[in-house]
Write a protein that binds this ligand. Structure first.
Ligand code: BES
Ligand code: MN
Ligand code: ZN
Length: 493
């Protein structure tokens, strides 16, 4: 779908295809502004009549569609309520863009023109995010509806500026969409080797990509990560991505770390069959990281950023690790693996230690579909945030609100930390019956030294059961925009 942004010229009656115009709400009801008013006049009052007939009030997102109107060139007109004009934020504009494309994508129209005087770049971002579908595995027309819309043109004021802004948004959307693709791909397509090969494509954007294989990780003492993958026919890999965008070459990087369990069967502590297929999404944290790296490099951010992902498949087999096994870690600490299904933390333990040891970052943020308990606590609206730094939490919270990827801070502390003490090793990989997301975070905390760190448990937000205004149901790409915004607002030259 091609999206363009051009200058408004004030003439709307000759525009062909689907034409979208807005109408704000005011005290009297809805307000007819120039595009709508001009069209209405050319249509002999038919637009207003349609609006009144369908009880249109100009409320946010309300829509009236007039088909095959006479007096104008358009084949259909979509009148969309803006709500209170003063309250239209960038995020609301984005949602409007999403709502509009969702309404028209199968309409049989090839061309959509949207007249939006302000915040057009944001509305365009909404279109881009909402039009995404993962339909590559359908082979018959019976199974897949093909979108009709091929081009969306925005008409706006100061189109040059809006277009420049949108060029940057497009790079961010590339990262989001790639993350969604990776998360949606099944485990027989995305496994550590194939995943790493895809990540290597980032070199085209100027990112340095380094891959640690099993031999190298063994040398570094990463028994914890390797233990998770030892039952799989695929070999485990750690992939390190580095973007040096800052003019200050020696500036310490910010670091993002992702759980990349390409499939989580639970291992010997096997998960129940029902719903197990969902666990192809267990590399969601790593997808957020690689997607963010793509966005950051794509828009040539002036910051040094390192991304580290641990790619493993958690399988039961005769070579799989057993409940009760004790493994070492790169940090030197030992872990009693009492449940092989609590594997994400085992992967992240070595990733976190490696990152702080090797890259000396300013701070670290890890993302992981870590615990089912996170969904019990926060549902699918907020990701849980666990951190040793108020300052980092504040920055993350702000970034999350700006891009509508919300975070809710959860507690950590000594009382929870005790719950993962083991009888025979430095720690065990599960806590008790309660506070499952927190004990998982405490476990990670033991692999963080003094560096500011935040752990984001995205088990609830990486996948959605229902569509939103800006995303089809399924993989959300949650985290890509958050990390990109965090960098943009706080760490660029
Ligand atoms: N990947 C899962 C977490 C998960 C489960 C996310 C269900 C979304 C839905 C993780 O590896 C896991 O299995 N965690 C266990 C931990 C438990 C064994 C302590 C869990 O949450 O049940
Ligand atoms: Mn698991
Ligand atoms: Zn898992």
């Amino acid at each position: 779908m091609k999206i363009t942004i051009n200058e408004i010229n004030g003439e709307y009656t000759n525009i062909e295809g689907a034409l979208v115009v807005f109408s704000p709400k005011n005290k009297e009801g809805y307000e007819f502004r120039p595009p709508a008013a001009q069209l209405d006049e050319a249509m002999n009052g038919a637009l207003k009549k349609a609006a009144d007939t369908s009880n249109f009030k100009g409320s946010f997102g309300q829509m009236v569609e007039v088909l095959a109107p006479t007096g104008v060139a358009a084949s259909r007109i979509l009148l969309v309520g803006l709500g209170d004009m003063e309250k239209v934020t960038p995020l609301l504009s984005e949602r409007l863009g999403g709502k509009i494309i969702n309404k028209l994508i199968y309409s049989n129209e090839k061309k959509v023109t949207i007249v939006k005087g302000q915040l057009a770049s944001h509305a365009a971002m909404g279109v881009l995010l909402r039009q995404y579908k993962f339909d590559k595995y359908y082979t018959t027309e019976k199974n897949v509806k093909k979108p009709s819309v091929e081009a969306v043109e925005f008409l706006t004021h100061k189109a040059d500026l809006a277009d420049e802004e949108f060029k940057e948004f497009e790079k961010i959307a590339d990262g989001v969409i790639w993350a969604r693709d990776l998360v949606t791909e099944p485990g027989n397509v995305i496994y550590p080797e194939s995943y790493a090969a895809q990540i290597e494509d980032l070199t085209k954007l100027g990112i340095e990509v380094e891959i640690l294989d099993e031999d190298k990780m063994e040398e570094l003492g990463m028994e914890s990560l390797l233990g998770v993958g030892q039952g799989s026919a695929s070999s485990s890999l750690m992939v390190i991505m580095r973007w040096n965008g800052s003019a200050k070459k020696d500036e310490a990087p910010v670091a993002f770390i992702g759980k990349g369990v390409t499939f989580d069967t639970g291992g010997i502590s096997l998960k129940p069959g029902a719903g197990m297929g969902d666990m192809k999404f267990d590399m969601g944290g790593s997808a957020s990281v690689v997607g963010a790296m793509k966005a950051i490099a794509g828009r040539k951010a002036k910051a040094n950023v390192v991304g580290v992902v641990g790619l493993v498949e958690n399988m039961p087999s005769s070579t799989a690790q057993r409940p009760g096994d004790v493994v070492g870690t790169m940090s030197g600490q030992t872990i009693e693996v009492l449940n092989t299904d609590a594997e994400g933390r085992l992967v992240l333990a070595d990733c976190l230690w490696y990152t702080q040891d090797t890259h000396k970052p300013k701070f670290m943020v890890d993302l992981a579909t870590l615990t089912g308990a996170m969904m019990v606590a926060l549902g699918q609206e907020y990701a849980g945030m666990f951190s040793n730094s108020d300052e980092l939490c504040e920055m993350l919270n702000k970034a999350g609100q700006d891009v509508d990827e919300l975070l809710w801070r959860m507690p950590i502390g000594d009382a929870y930390d005790k719950m993962i003490n083991s009888d025979i090793a430095d720690m065990k990989n599960i806590g008790g019956k309660y506070a499952g997301s927190i004990t998982a975070a405490q476990f990670l905390h033991r692999f963080v030294n003094d560096v500011p760190w935040a752990h984001l448990d995205i088990a609830g937000t990486a996948w959605r059961q229902k569509p939103s205004d800006v995303a089809e149901k399924g993989a959300t790409g949650y985290g890509v925009r958050l990390l990109d915004r965090l960098v943009k607002d706080n760490f660029e030259d």
